[in-house]
Design a protein around this ligand. Structure first.
Ligand SMILES: NC(=O)c1ccc[n+]([C@@H]2O[C@H](COP(=O)([O-])OP(=O)(O)OC[C@H]3O[C@@H](n4cnc5c(N)ncnc54)[C@H](O)[C@@H]3O)[C@@H](O)[C@H]2O)c1
Length: 334
C-alpha cells in the first residue's frame, strides 16, 4: 500500500487522542471517522484530516479506501466491530479491553487468529519510555531473577456511571493495564487474590463493582506481586511501578509533568499529570506509530490478540476472587 488508509471509530476521549496523533505519523492517512454524535465525528474529522465522517461505523469499515480500522468506541461494541473489520480483511487496532467479558474475548481471539489479519491491542503503557526501558533492562538481566512486582493505578475521579455500567468493572476496565504491565515486565500470572471495596461512590458498589482494590498476584515463575487501584486521587493520575529482583530494582515513578517547581508560603509544589490524556499522550502516539509501521511492513503488531486475551483472563480471575473472597487460579477463570 501507498499510504495506509485508516478508519477511526469512536471520537470520545481515546478516539480524539488517536485523531490528534495520526496526522503526524508517516505512511498513513485517515480516510474516515465514525461516531453517532455529529459534533464528535466532526471534531475528529477536523483533528485527523479525514475525508469522510460517518454516523455508522460499518460504513467507515467498508469504505473502499480503508485498509486498517481503529476501534475506540465504548467497550461493549468492540467485539462486533473487530469482527466486522476482520471479516472485511482490514487490519485492526482495538482499544482495551478487547471485549466486555472473557467469553466474548475468547471467541474473538479465535476469529482473529484464524483470519491472520494484523491486530494490535491498546496497551499503550508498553510504549512509554519508562516502561519500555524497564522491559529492555529486565531482558538484559540487569535485575537478575525477579522476586516481586508492585504497581499502583489510581484515576483522578470515577468516570460517569453511564461509562462504568458498560465498562466490565474495575478489573476489566482499569486494573487491566496493571495486569498487562505485570505480564509485560514479569511474565505469566498463575493466581490472584483480591480485596475490593467501595470507598469513593456508593453507586459503584451498588452496581456490584469496586472503586478501590488490592490484587495479589502469584506468577508462574514463583514471583509475587501486588497491585493497588483506586478510582479517586485528588491530586491527579497516580501511576507507578516497581520490579524487584536478585540484582536490584527498577522503578517507573510518577515524575513531575514539567520541570517547574513553585516555592511559596505553602511550601514547594510541582506540576502533576492529570490523567492518561497527558501522562500517556506520547505513548499513545508511539503505539499508533508502531501499529502503522507493522501493518505496512507486514510484520505482526505487538501487543497482539494473545496479550489482549491473557490480560482478560487475569481480569476474570480477579473479578471472581473479588466476588468469592478467595484466591482464584487464572486457569480456573479461563
Ligand atoms: N488505553 C487507555 O488508556 C484508555 C483510556 C480511556 C479509554 N479507553 C478505552 O477506549 C474506549 C472508549 O473510551 P472513551 O473513554 O474514549 O469513551 P467515550 O465515551 O469518551 O467515547 C466513546 C465515543 O464512541 C462513540 N460511539 C458509541 N457507539 C459507537 C459506535 N457504535 N460506533 C462509533 N462510535 C460510537 C460515542 O458517541 C463517543 O463519542 C473504551 O473501550 C475504553 O476502555 C482506553
Amino acid at each position: 500500500v501507498d499510504r495506509l488508509g485508516i478508519a477511526l471509530l469512536g471520537a470520545g476521549r481515546m478516539g480524539m487522542t488517536h485523531a490528534a496523533a495520526l496526522p503526524a505519523i508517516p505512511g498513513v492517512r485517515v480516510v474516515a471517522v465514525a461516531d453517532p454524535i455529529e459534533d464528535a465525528r466532526e471534531a475528529a474529522r477536523w483533528a485527523s484530516g479525514a475525508a469522510r465522517a460517518y454516523a455508522d461505523p460499518a460504513e467507515a469499515i467498508h469504505d473502499t479506501e480503508v485498509d486498517a480500522v481503529i476501534v475506540a468506541t465504548p467497550t461493549p461494541t468492540h467485539a462486533y466491530l473487530v469482527e466486522e473489520a476482520v471479516h472485511a480483511g482490514k487490519a485492526v487496532f482495538c482499544e482495551k479491553p478487547v471485549a466486555e467479558d472473557l467469553a466474548r474475548a475468547t471467541a474473538l481471539w479465535k476469529t482473529v487468529r484464524a483470519s491472520g489479519v494484523p491486530f494490535q491491542i491498546g496497551f499503550q503503557r508498553r510504549f512509554d519510555p519508562g516502561y519500555a526501558e524497564a522491559r529492555r533492562r529486565i531482558d538484559a538481566g540487569e535485575i537478575g531473577t525477579i522476586d516481586q512486582f508492585r504497581s499502583v493505578g489510581r484515576d483522578p475521579a470515577p468516570p460517569p456511571l453511564s461509562y462504568l455500567k458498560v465498562s466490565g468493572g474495575i478489573f476489566f476496565d482499569q486494573a487491566l493495564h496493571e495486569f498487562d504491565l505485570a505480564r509485560f515486565l514479569v511474565g505469566e500470572v498463575s493466581e490472584v487474590m483480591v480485596w475490593g471495596a467501595t470507598r469513593v461512590a456508593e453507586e459503584i458498589g451498588a452496581m456490584g463493582d469496586a472503586d478501590t482494590a488490592v490484587t495479589m498476584l502469584r506468577f508462574q515463575s514463583g514471583a509475587l506481586g501486588v497491585i493497588e487501584n483506586s478510582r479517586r486521587a485528588v491530586y491527579g493520575y497516580d501511576i507507578r511501578t516497581e520490579v524487584f529482583g536478585s540484582g536490584g530494582k527498577l522503578v517507573v515513578d510518577a515524575t513531575p509533568k514539567t520541570p517547574l517547581l513553585r516555592y511559596g508560603e505553602q511550601g514547594v509544589s510541582a506540576d502533576h499529570y492529570t490523567f492518561f490524556t497527558d501522562r500517556f499522550r506520547d505513548a499513545s502516539h508511539e503505539e499508533m506509530r508502531a501499529f502503522v509501521a507493522s501493518v505496512r511492513a507486514g510484520t505482526p503488531p505487538s501487543p497482539g490478540i494473545d496479550d489482549a486475551l491473557q490480560a482478560m483472563k487475569i481480569a476474570q480471575a480477579a473479578t471472581l476472587s473479588f466476588r468469592r473472597q478467595r484466591a482464584v487460579p487464572v486457569e480456573e477463570a479461563s
